[in-house]
Design a protein around this ligand. Structure first.
Ligand SMILES: Nc1ncnc2c1ncn2[C@@H]1O[C@H](COP(=O)(O)OP(=O)(O)OP(=O)(O)O)[C@@H](O)[C@H]1O
Length: 358
């Protein structure tokens, strides 16, 4: 059961664009991603929830505390929300420390704050405190923005495309950091992104937006179960397997899936208790028996759940793993016929360890 709930129905008109969320009840557990096409109203909904636009109407309450009633709003400062935007929005020509202290010094006296040294160390900017923010890299600026938000001890953290302006290496580093912080601080997060990889790595649940409305709210696993999931891009269907990190041996990282073990060719340190492994359906091959003389390391015993045709040549096979998780394999219709695939048939899912991304 989620500890926090955001409940409401919000309207906001911006020129010709109308946000009309419809009634929603959002259990805020871990990361809730707002997902939808450009212009579908994700940022507008986030701003309405945060109380950043005076023109907002409707109803909103967080854990029973009224944030919006008709046109009356609780001021944003009183909602205890932390913000991280695409552009870190730091004060230029001020040091990192001055930027961090600026917000803290403006908090009401009774407002709780977090341990400065702890946050700064945790976010990895302890050696940057006296640097002018103008000369920080994009990734470093976002770390400062995250620290600034966490120092406010927010009840809710709102992140609007926090990684989209970064290069891939900084993106990967910050994605890992955000994942760790969410687990460590147990902070509900509302997160906007266009990138399925970020959704798959972080989301507990997803709010799908379309033309200013909330279309549907689903857990990550629910939306990945749909063969036509909006999360699937030109790379095709994706599965996310959740496990616990195990040992590293001979250059392979073990991921414990309960009954099964996966081997990843990544050996960097993992600081979270659970790990999500992203598997592209097209990287999964199937065999009717467990092949012994193959370079592919991961052989998972599965049962066919369903065959879903994609077009006249290809299909998706949904597989059940022993521990209850599901995995997609994309194969040709010709292979499916040759193997005589049908529901309940036992097949071995073969995945190269280098194809797996944590
Ligand atoms: N202040 C404004 N005045 C008029 N129209 C606006 C204003 N702000 C946003 N809009 C319009 O509202 C619509 C929704 O914008 P919003 O930024 O919420 O979409 P989004 O889903 O977050 O898009 P993106 O993914 O591109 O950031 C867009 O058509 C945008 O042009």
């Amino acid at each position: 059961m989620a500890k926090h709930f955001l409940k409401g129905n919000l309207q906001l008109e911006l020129g010709s664009f109308k946000l009309n969320s419809g009634e929603f009840e959002l259990p805020l557990e871990g990361v809730t991603v707002l997902f939808g096409r450009s212009g579908s109203g994700k940022s507008t909904l986030l701003r309405a929830i945060a109380g950043l636009d005076k023109r907002t109407h409707g109803q909103l309450s967080m854990d029973g505390e009224v944030w919006q009633a008709g046109s009356k709003r609780l001021a944003t400062e009183q909602r205890h929300i932390g913000f991280v935007f695409q552009d870190a929005a730091l004060f230029p020509h001020m040091t990192v420390r001055q930027n961090l202290m600026y917000g803290i010094n403006r908090l009401p006296k009774n407002h709780p704050t977090a341990d400065f040294d702890k946050i700064v160390r945790r976010v990895g900017i302890e050696d940057k405190l006296d640097r002018d923010v103008t000369f920080l890299s994009g990734g470093e600026k976002q770390r400062v923005a995250i620290a600034r938000a966490l120092l406010m001890s927010p009840k809710l953290l709102c992140m609007d495309e926090p990684l989209s302006a970064l290069d891939w290496r900084s993106k990967a580093e910050l994605l890992g950091l955000i994942e760790e912080l969410v687990e460590e601080f147990k902070l509900p997060v509302l997160y906007i992104t266009h990138a399925p990889v970020e959704v798959e790595r972080l989301a507990n649940q997803i709010v799908f937006m379309q033309e200013g409305q909330i279309e549907t709210i689903e857990t990550l696993q629910q939306s990945l179960k749909r063969p036509d999931s909006p999360l699937f891009d030109e790379q095709g269907a994706v599965s996310v397997l959740i496990g616990q990190p195990g040992r590293v041996e001979t250059g392979l990282r073990e991921i414990n899936l309960g009954e099964d073990t996966l081997y990843l060719s990544q050996t960097h340190d993992i600081h979270t208790h659970t790990v999500r492994v992203r598997v592209l359906a097209r990287d999964v091959s199937l065999a009717l028996s467990d092949p012994k003389d193959l370079s592919i390391i991961n052989h998972l015993r599965t049962e066919v759940d369903e065959l879903v045709p994609l077009d006249e040549h290809r299909l998706l096979v949904r597989l059940n793993l022993a521990g209850g998780q599901q995995l997609f394999a994309e194969i040709t219709q010709a292979s499916a016929q040759r193997l005589k695939l049908q529901p309940d048939l036992v097949v071995y899912a073969l995945i190269k360890s280098v194809a797996l991304a944590e």
